[in-house]
Design a protein around this ligand. Structure first.
Ligand code: ADE
Length: 278
């Protein structure tokens, strides 16, 4: 049976490197979501909104200092050409639109924010560049600033591609098996809560448990016995323990906000003790 989904999101990306997005948009789920009409993604070349011979998009910063700053005029003109709802209406969430400025000074992207953006009808991503963007863009046209992590990139293009990927895969119908979006790490707690913290469906805000496939013995590296046992209760317990172990090792901060069962707490105590011993 062919399922029909309506166009759920239009995304506009504003950049001085329009060619950059050819790769990210032409592969995988993003491509499929566009082909299925779930997403429509338009790239806007900022230089097309300049009026001088050199198509200048940047200038020196007032007050001195290193580097160049993206000028406000092309960005304002580009955004005006997109016919968005008024900023007050966007801020008050009277319309499902958001203008996001990608910058290292932004709020950090996480799965909850990706889900919030995936619920919009219209998402605009402005790729910052050089040492900065004239602050009037953040003050008067963007609804929020978003960073993809605590490191500095030369511009927002990679960050925009990350957001597009994180968001499009959440659009209803984008993943062949919708359950797989739910089962992964960083899924919102409420989704997991619906299936219970002990359920095999989802790691409940923990990092994901390890996955294995055939062959069961690869060059002497064996798949954990329990996964071949067929004992689903044991498998569920093993997966939960391994998710806890990986989270404890790689992202202990997540353990502060994850609902833990009494069994989880016991497991964590044991894992911490064995970690100390090793
Ligand atoms: N531009 C420069 N660094 C960035 C970051 N970490 N996230 C988003 N945009 C950026």
């Amino acid at each position: 049976m062919v399922k029909i989904y309506k166009v759920t999101m239009r995304a506009d990306i504003v950049t001085i490197f329009p060619g950059f997005f050819r790769g990210p948009l032409e592969h995988g789920i993003t491509r499929r979501a566009c082909e299925m009409g779930l997403a429509q993604i338009k790239i806007h070349d900022l230089r097309e909104f300049t009026h001088d011979r050199h198509r200048t998009v940047d200038d020196r910063p007032f007050g001195g200092g290193e580097g160049m700053v993206l000028k406000p005029e092309p960005l304002f003109e580009c955004l005006e050409s997109l016919a968005l709802a008024a900023r007050e209406d966007r801020a008050a969430r009277r319309v499902r639109q958001s203008v996001v400025l990608l910058s290292a000074q932004g709020a950090r992207l996480n799965q909850a924010l990706a889900a919030e953006l995936a619920a919009l009808d219209r998402l605009v991503l402005i790729c910052g560049r050089y040492e900065g963007v004239d602050e009037r863009v953040a003050d008067f046209i963007a609804d929020r600033e978003v960073s993809i992590g605590d490191y500095v990139l030369s511009g927002g293009e990679i960050a925009a591609a990350v957001i597009i990927e994180a968001v499009t895969r959440l659009l209803p119908g984008a993943l062949g098996n919708e359950a797989s979006a739910r089962q992964e790490s960083f899924t919102a707690h409420e989704v997991v809560a619906a299936s219970g913290p002990d359920s095999t469906c989802g790691s409940g805000g923990l990092l994901d448990y390890p996955h294995y496939t055939r062959p069961a013995d690869f060059r002497g590296m064996k798949v954990p016995e329990v996964l071949i046992s067929g004992n689903h209760d044991e498998i569920r317990r093993w997966r939960r323990e391994r998710a806890l172990k990986k989270t404890l090792r790689n992202r202990p901060d997540l353990l502060q906000s994850v609902p833990l069962s009494a069994e989880d707490t016991r497991t964590l105590r044991r894992l911490k003790e064995t970690e100390q011993d090793s």
